[in-house]
Design a protein around this ligand. Sequence first.
Ligand SMILES: Cc1ncc(COP(=O)(O)O)c(C=O)c1O
Length: 379
Amino acid sequence: MVINAAALETVYAISNVDEMISPSMVVFKDVMLRNLDMMVRIAGDASRLRPHCKTHKMAAVTEIELSKGVVKHKAATFAECEMLAMAGVKDILLSYNLVGPNIRRAVAFKQAFPNVKFMATADHIPAIKQLGEAMTAAGLKMELLLDINPGFNRTGISPTNPHAMDTYRALVETPGVWAGGMHIYDANNYQFDLEERTAGVHATWNAAKGLQEKFETRGWPVPRIVCGGTGSFPVYAAINDPVLELSPGTTVFHDYSYAEMFPDMHFEPAVAVLTRVISHPLPDRVTFDAGHKSITPDLPMGNRLAFPDMPDAKQVLQNEEHLGIETSHAAKLSPGDHRLAFPRHVCTTTSLHDWAYVVDGGHMVGRWTISSRTREITI
Ligand SMILES: Cc1ncc(COP(=O)(O)O)c(C=O)c1O
């Protein structure tokens, strides 16, 4: 859902904005809570969810998710896993293939958090064997999910590739690990058109089910298939299958690009960057303090953020601490004026900030630490 002028003055109003420094990340807590409630409603049951924490990276958000019955979580880094475990999560999927020093980190994580069910993804037999050996040497055993490539071509093995059978066999037979099922991240199924998206997700799911059948025929159990992200989430959620786990990530903050890409979804952007005008170098141009050290530059120039109250705002320059905007509204803006810039990619914006302001009921009430933006906490 994109933001209109009325929402800016109500939902996103902040009564004590003068107390807030800029540039700064702001979480609108009531919006975030609505997103989380909608996520649980779409899933039908919180126990079907395994949300990805890379979007928020915060213990405070994790604790709220736990209070809503969301007990299974997903992460992409060891720091995120550690943040989740320290926040009280007992079931963590590190959806990342373990290689190099991450193998000993997996052992260290299991030793540090013996009461946490900890699993990872895998798609490469030598790495599976290396992990198995490290676990065995430590007297441990770890669950691994076969990473499936659904056509996104980032990681994993295509379900039609015969190597999928050999790799799953390695998960079943290698000492020190066991086969926990499959993992699929299908951002290739994020089509704008819902019918096309639905057809894409169903094709991916049917291929995974075909593979499950082949594995089970050989006596290899497939207890879980972890699927999707925000774009494919509602389509997977409509499938009734006990092995299916749903892993949206961005939904919690639902960034501006997803609001534009998925008009069929009713999540609302819950994060903005508070920014102030610092200069007015040309009649139609203003410079804000939102450079690419506060709003991610990982999208093309001109497309990194939205000012909902200045729809014609053209992003013409972004340096480390400067954001140049051309707009017909320039004359109404003076140095010191503040605006909310909505990042089009929120996950990589979160990772630029040590903490975020929390706005609740129209008032800034405190800060949340973004503890897993770092690469290493202790492990
Ligand atoms: C492996 C994996 N799972 C889930 C997600 C969540 O996807 P989204 O951000 O579209 O909700 C991501 C996003 O990058 C991902 O990489």
